[in-house]
Structures are given as structure tokens and as C-alpha cells.
Design a protein around this ligand. Sequence first.
Ligand code: GLY
Ligand code: MN
Ligand code: MN
Length: 445
Amino acid sequence: MKRLSKLDKKYEIYKKRRSRLIKTLPSDSAFILPSWPLTSYPGNIEGAYQPCSHLIYFTGWTEPHSCLVILSGPPSKCLLFVQKKDPEKELWTGPVYGPKKAKDLFQMDMCYPYKDFSQVAPSILKKTHSLYYTFGINPYWDFQIKNLIQNLNKKKNKSLSLQDPLPFIASLRMKKSKEEIQMIKKAVNISGGAHRAVMKYARPGLNERALYGKFLFEIRKRGAQKEAYPGIFASGPNACILHYTNNNRIIKEGEMVLVDAGAEYKHYASDITRTWPVNGCFSKIQKKLYTKLLKIQKDMIQMLKPGLSFNDIQKKLVELLSLFMKEEALLSSPLKEIINKKEYKKYFPHSFGHLLGLDVHDLTFSEKNRPNRQGLLHLEEGFVLTMEPGLYLPERDRTLNPELRGLGFRIEDDILITKTGAEVLSHGAPKEVEELEDLINSRKN
Ligand code: GLY
Ligand code: MN
Ligand code: MN
């Protein structure tokens, strides 16, 4: 038997994933996954390409202007539409594989120039009954697929059934393999180191964007290609803006800083949030609220194990946070009302977290758990998820005691579900009060 080279082995993993997908598809189906669109700037400046995570999962393919077509058969076939070799274009944007090299290296049955799709696809898909495709992501491919459907329907004189591919992808992607877990751990470790570096670097008088720049430098220095999502570097009251990405305010003495930022390593994401005092010393009120939130976060992590549903987790977190709000007199209704009437949402409007993988918010539903029923999803060994409780007390909330206004906290860890419980992966970023104070104060001024 021919021994597989390291490179062949890498592509063998993708082939196995495609075979597993094909087994779940009805016969004569076509599963179509286009690349995501390029972001571009005015004036013919090509922007960054975020490779499509589904394409990476099933092929390792990271070029734009491409589309994977998987035919369930029998016989099954995998085809990739890619950019043609074009020395003139490659002079500007760098080399591409081209169809021939792509076919050999990525172990496809056939590769074609993507501009030939409208000519070759109708005959390749002539036996297809069901087409799995998501409209609304890439306008170029939406146009191609609409034409293809019209063309096939005309030929067959009946309508092709259009299906959602995401549940099929999700049911494979939710449980991470050993190799994927290694990659996530590396991304998380890189982020942990970068969070520590930012904590040591920060001081009153700096702009939030300087912290952001420091984080980007530190993750890249440690081997990450880029950040996994737009980083949040929120000082003082900005911590109450859940997806704050402006990152452009001078940090004041005595304030807390909330950093929600994560590295991407070999396309795998990490997602860590830490909240800490910029001057290295929690005030009495900051310490009291932070310590309580940290205890809740740790208790929540303690309960994670296979079999628990997303609904169970959210319900428990809501109970703990509502009790916290009641004890601190942030809300005055009876505890039951705070929970049942969802009054807690005033200060904790989001969910406990999400799955993590090739995407930061990784697919969280399978065929059995459609998007609107993701709460029914049960944890399994090999899932990686975040646990990220928060408490946000808006500056303009006149019902709050003045010393509380503008305080915002979130503590977010990345967690691997094991056979019997959960393993916290993001220990590299400190979260205990003393650890944080020691680290921030250890900087050389
Ligand atoms: N950074 C996005 C999130 O925590 O979900
Ligand atoms: Mn998160
Ligand atoms: Mn986050």
C-alpha cells in the first residue's frame, strides 16, 4: 500500500469529511458551497477575503471566486470551480492554484474555471433532484444558481427542490476532532498571551485603540494570522455597549477596561473576554460586582457536561444573574418576576455563549435542531463553547445608584466538553482579582 505523505494525509481528512457528508444526503442531490464575497474598497482596491469556513472544512480551500459542488450520486463526485491561472492578474494579487493543480492537490474529481459554471453545470447536474444551497450570501453565485435552477427546471419540466445545507454541515462541524481541538487550543493560547500583554501595557491616558493595536501585534507575533472577529477594547461606560468596536476613547484613571478579543490560528477561532481595572487596583464596588460575576461564571463552567441542553444552561445562568441583581438591589421586583418577566435582560441581554470552531459563532444547530430550536441542542464530548456571563449597568440609567452607572463586566472563557465534564482552555488569560492586580502592577513604568 502506498504510504501517504503528510500533505496527502491533510487532504485525506477533508476527503473523509466529504464522504461523511455524502452519506447523510439523499441520492441525486447536489450540495453547493460558494466562497464568501470579497470585501472591497472604492477605487478598485481589493479588500480582505475571509475564506468560507464550510469550504475550509470540506476541502481546505481558501481562495475567493470559487464554488464546491458535491454530488451525492451514485456515483458521488466532488467538483471545484476556481480561478483560472492568469499571469497578468496574478501580478497584482498573487498566485492562484488554477484548475489543474487544484484537482490534483485537493483530490477533486474535476476542477473547472469558475467562469465556466453556467456552461458546464447544467449537464453535470442534469440528474439532480434536490439542490442544497444558501441564497443571500454571495450575490455572484446567487445569480449563477438562480439561472441553473431555471435551466434545469425547463429541461426537466418539473421543479427542483431547494434545501438548506446548513443543518447537514452543522451536524458534522459541531463535534470537534482531535486535530481541530489542537488548533483551537493553539488559537486560545495565543489569545491568552496577548490578553496578558495588553493588561501589562494599558494605563490611564492611553487611547483604547492603542490597546487594540497592541493586541493585534501580540497575536501575530505569536503565530496567528489575524483576529477571529473585530476586537472590543471598551473602557469605562463603553463596556456596556455589547458589540463596541469603535475603540477610540481615552481611558481614564480608576476605570475598568473590557477586552473581548481572540486570535485566529489556521482558521480556528478563539474568543476571550476579560474585564480589569486599568490602574491595577479594583475599587471596592468594582471588586464586589466583579467577584460575584466571576463566582457565577465559575459555577456555570462547573455544571457543563455532556447531555446538558443549551436551554438548561441559559436557564441556570439567568437564575444566578437574576439573584445577583436582586441581592445588589439593581432590580426591585420579586425574584420570580425578574426571571419570568425577563426583567434581568435590562442588565444582561445576551445568552450564555455559543459554540466555537472555524467560525467564532460556530453553527449551533443540526438537522434535528433547526435554528429556532437551537436551545434544544445537547452538549456532547468534543463540543467547544464559550461561557460569557456579563453585567452591564448603563451610564444613563437613573434608577441605578450613581456609583454603579457606567460599569460593565463580562468574563468569557473557551471550554472543551469532555467525556465527564468540561475543560477550560483559556487559563492563559488571568481572571482572579489578585492575579489581575499582580499582573497589571508588574509592568515596568
Ligand atoms: N466576541 C463575540 C462574542 O463574544 O460572542
Ligand atoms: Mn463569545
Ligand atoms: Mn467574545
